[in-house]
Write a protein that binds this ligand. Sequence first.
Ligand SMILES: *[C@@H]1O[C@H](CO)[C@@H](O)[C@H](O)[C@H]1NC(C)=O
Ligand SMILES: *[C@@H]1O[C@H](CO)[C@@H](O)[C@H](O)[C@H]1NC(C)=O
Length: 268
Amino acid sequence: MEPEQAGGPARRRRRCWIVTVIVVLVLICILALGLGLSQRQANTGNDFKSTFLSRCQQFQGSNCQRAWDAFQQAYVNRDPCNVPVDAYDPFITAVTLKPQCNRMMFWSKTKEVVHDFNEKKNCFQTLEDTFLGSVLDKLTWCGKDGSFETFTTGCPAWNECDNPVRSFWQRASAAFADAACGNVTVMLNGSIATPFDPSSIFASIEVNKLKSTQVNTLNVVLTNCANPSLQELKTKLAEGINYNCKEVPVTQIQECGSDQEKACGACW
Ligand SMILES: *[C@@H]1O[C@H](CO)[C@@H](O)[C@H](O)[C@H]1NC(C)=O
Ligand SMILES: *[C@@H]1O[C@H](CO)[C@@H](O)[C@H](O)[C@H]1NC(C)=O
């Protein structure tokens, strides 16, 4: 213990110093935080690229830098409302889509049920399970006229215009359906008015791409096979592709997903 100083001024001066040091430390913290945040904002494009590359690298044998170059040339230095579907052709050509015949699955308005089932049970392959789909799943991106950067904020909404995200999913869906082979499955939503919705990607793009030279049967899985919109689906199928519809309650799909003992073919 220091002996008590004679009088208060020395102690007061020391307290003053301590307060000054604390204030300076707090200021430094605030500055550092602000700097870090603005840097993070400026770096969203780099974060997007590193997400792309790290997801890409999870697929063996992919040349990820080459894939990135081909991908971003589709939308950088372009009006984000004027990115046509075929802008992604070089990217689609640069990556290989490995179709798994008899295991391919399409979906429309059933994404959650389908992906929940696929995560639990390795029975089917959706577009989001392929290289093409998994690298970009749940991401948003766009470019800007006069810039070679990738932006992840301030991008057009899905329905706004010919935006880079929607055009990509349209192009990737076409590639996935182009590669479809064997018996393919589609899970449609039987609790809505038009399970086969003409504006959906499945109805407007994928169905038209299924080739009778590659696809044997389209198996529709939903809760209401009598729905009139399915007549439309049948007429859209290329001649030679068989059509099957099986009514399966959603609860049965969920239960089978959780039942590791059950074989894929026994779910419905
Ligand atoms: C069908 O669509 C409804 C309304 O969008 C949704 O709540 C429901 O989860 C969907 N069913 C399936 C099986 O995905
Ligand atoms: C494909 O579907 C047809 C008709 O439903 C069936 O006869 C055939 O066994 C299926 N093939 C495979 C590999 O599942």
